[in-house]
Design a protein. Structure first.
Lengths: 268, 341
């Protein structure tokens, strides 16, 4: 009796894990079938098996690893620069009124220029060197982090700040114990947005001007009509994007342990 | 995802100058901080009298021997808080006008009044959260030092990202851990010390807020409708807890409430504030712990309640406005107060 209910619970949990994969699997099978029967030309889309083979040969030749490494490095360094500046400026404008007066309207104005509109200028400034890509990623990442940090600090519960002050919390401890944790949920939303924008900006930057990286790999494959390699590149971006999102999520789970949305059960 | 990332209209305290507020804080805190050094001198070491947890057991004998009137008799002229001609204006609107008030050291004073009468503003003035626009406000210990004051708000205002223990230790160093645990034990929540505030019920959160105030060993505790959001049974429990801790810690207490029953149950003295003035100063000559069903209790509650309600019922000049604005309030209030009578 107990055994069967345990088994049932296990089956249900397993089903819960498997259910999200049914739809992609069906699409994949339909795709394979369409490609094999000739309905889908290989010039439009290669069959899934061919994609897997292409991926395997890219892995074996070491090409994929070096391209992924280059792209990831660009993404991470661009994110570090742009996110770091965005966080610092957001904190400064959020906490100090004079800084806000001096900077915020300027930043809001520049924010409306799409980072990708800067590509021609960026190519003129940096050529197609590494700096160009890192600059574009940093620019794309900067704004969501900045805006959400600023917003997070401004929307910290004024009652909590008042309470903390009346309990003798001041100076650095007030920022560290009250204002920053209060702004953190909003800052992390900004980080998640930024992770998404990081890949988008990088993809465009790499496909337009690059001599290495995933974008370069796909654009090169296009020249030779290697649709399978192009699809591999697209899937790589999807996987890396998902990875970044998982990272952001686990970051939230660790830093927002106290938040009711991240607690299971245990309501008194 | 949400639109917050790109929204330019910021809510919250966007309109307020955070930095300027922080500056204001420092000046206030410096005044309070000076008193902190001597705060412990006059304090009895915390007692953990388990018998006191059940108010019924302490009985009448104790109340007459250790009652507030008997206790404070030798130093009846000793005032912890004095207000002389205090007024507060927000722009053109006068919230408090010409308030004269002396609060005896160690007494429990309850302030009642309708919403918007200025009672919370009075408390915020005494707390030093706001400065009076006119008059003098003095808070002193017996030897003339600034009074160490703590306030308990209507919402518990716990930091959701700190554990219960962390919240109680707010503003204190790591060395206060044992003190904090001891005070948590006094409010009966020591086993929840490592939980998050979000995991507690409303009453438990207020008990944590009470512990957080008491761990500072304040000489003056201000209570700004701290039980307003709690259910009836939890309120009665909290009354007993607050009364017991007030006896043990011997602080001066100032309670703002809209609940006349609560004021009669806890106060040595009830102040009614009407339109920014003290309209009634009523001593409560009932022995503690108070029998809520006694005739004296009911009569006093009825009297104060009628005084609170009287104004808008008789005053013709206000009748029109009162009917429009306060209609709900007037009909809800009596029933709200009567639940436990």
């Amino acid at each position: 009796m107990a055994q069967s209910s345990v088994n049932k619970g296990f089956a249900r949990r397993l089903g819960g894990h498997l259910a999200p994969w049914i739809a992609p699997l069906v699409i994949l099978l339909a795709w394979e079938f369409a490609a094999r029967s000739g309905v889908l030309s290989t010039r439009v889309l290669p069959e899934p098996l061919a994609v897997v083979k292409a991926a395997w040969s890219l892995i074996q030749s070491g090409e994929m690893w070096s391209d992924v490494k280059v792209s990831t490095w660009r993404a991470v360094s661009g994110f570090a620069v742009g996110g770091g500046i965005g966080l610092a400026l957001g904190l400064a404008t959020g906490l100090f009124r004079p800084v806000e007066v001096a900077l915020d309207s300027t930043v809001q104005m520049i924010r409306n220029i799409p980072a990708l509109a800067m590509i021609p200028l960026v190519i003129l400034w940096f050529g197609i060197e590494e700096e160009a890509k890192v600059f574009l990623v940093a620019l794309g990442v900067f704004f969501p982090v900045y805006v959400n940090t600023f917003h997070g600090i401004r929307s910290v519960d004024a009652n909590l700040v008042e309470m903390a002050r009346s309990y003798g919390v001041k100076g650095f401890r007030l920022y560290w114990d009250v204002i920053l944790p209060g702004a953190l949920p909003s800052i992390l939303v900004g980080v998640r947005f930024a992770f998404g924008l990081m890949w988008v900006t990088l993809i465009v930057a790499e496909t337009i001007s690059a001599q290495s990286g995933i974008g370069y790999m796909t654009m090169n494959a296009r020249e030779f009509l290697q649709t399978d390699v192009v699809v591999v590149g697209i899937l790589l971006y999807a996987a890396l994007g998902k990875l970044a999102d998982l990272l952001a999520k686990s970051l939230e789970r660790v830093t927002l342990r106290w938040h009711p949305a991240y607690q299971r059960g245990a309501k008194a | 995802m949400s639109a917050t990332a790109f929204s330019t209209g910021f809510g919250g305290i966007a309109g307020r100058d955070l930095e300027a507020e922080l500056m204001q804080l420092r000046t206030v805190e410096d005044g309070v901080g000076e008193g902190a050094g001597t705060a412990d001198a006059g304090w009895p070491s915390p007692k953990f009298e388990r018998g006191d947890a059940a108010p019924g057991r302490s009985g009448q004998a104790r109340a007459s021997a250790d009652g507030p009137l008997a206790r404070d008799a030798p130093r009846s002229a000793d005032h912890a808080v004095q207000l002389r001609g205090v007024g507060k204006q927000y722009g053109q609107r006068a919230v408090l006008t010409d308030v004269d008030l002396s609060i005896e050291r160690g007494s429990f004073v309850a302030i009642v009044g309708r919403s918007g009468c200025g009672k919370s503003t009075l408390l915020r003035l005494v707390a030093g959260l706001e400065a009076p626009s006119a008059g003098v406000l003095e808070k002193r210990t017996q030897d003339g030092r600034p009074l160490d004051t703590r306030i308990m708000f209507q919402d518990a205002r716990l930091l959701p990202w700190k554990s219960v223990l962390g919240n109680v230790m707010l503003g204190l160093g790591r060395g206060a851990r044992e003190d904090a645990r001891a005070v948590l034990a006094e409010v009966g929540l020591v086993e929840r010390a490592n939980d998050w505030p979000a995991q507690l019920s409303g009453g438990q959160r207020q008990r944590v807020a009470l512990a957080r105030a008491l761990v500072h060993r304040p000489q003056l505790l201000l209570l700004d409708e701290p039980l307003g959001a709690l259910d009836a049974l939890t309120r009665i429990e909290m009354h007993a807890l607050i009364e017991r801790l007030w006896r043990e810690h011997r602080f001066t207490a100032l309670l703002v409430t809209h609940d006349v029953h609560e004021a009669v149950a806890l106060g040595d003295r009830i102040l009614l504030i009407e339109e920014g003035r003290i309209a009634l100063d009523q001593p409560v000559p009932l022995a503690r712990p108070r029998a809520r069903a006694s005739a004296g209790f009911a009569a006093l509650e009825e009297y104060v309640l009628q005084r609170v309600l009287k104004r808008s019922q008789n005053d013709d000049a206000l009748a029109h406005r009162a009917n429009d604005v306060h209609q709900d309030e007037r009909f809800v209030r009596p029933t709200e107060v009567r639940w436990a009578v």
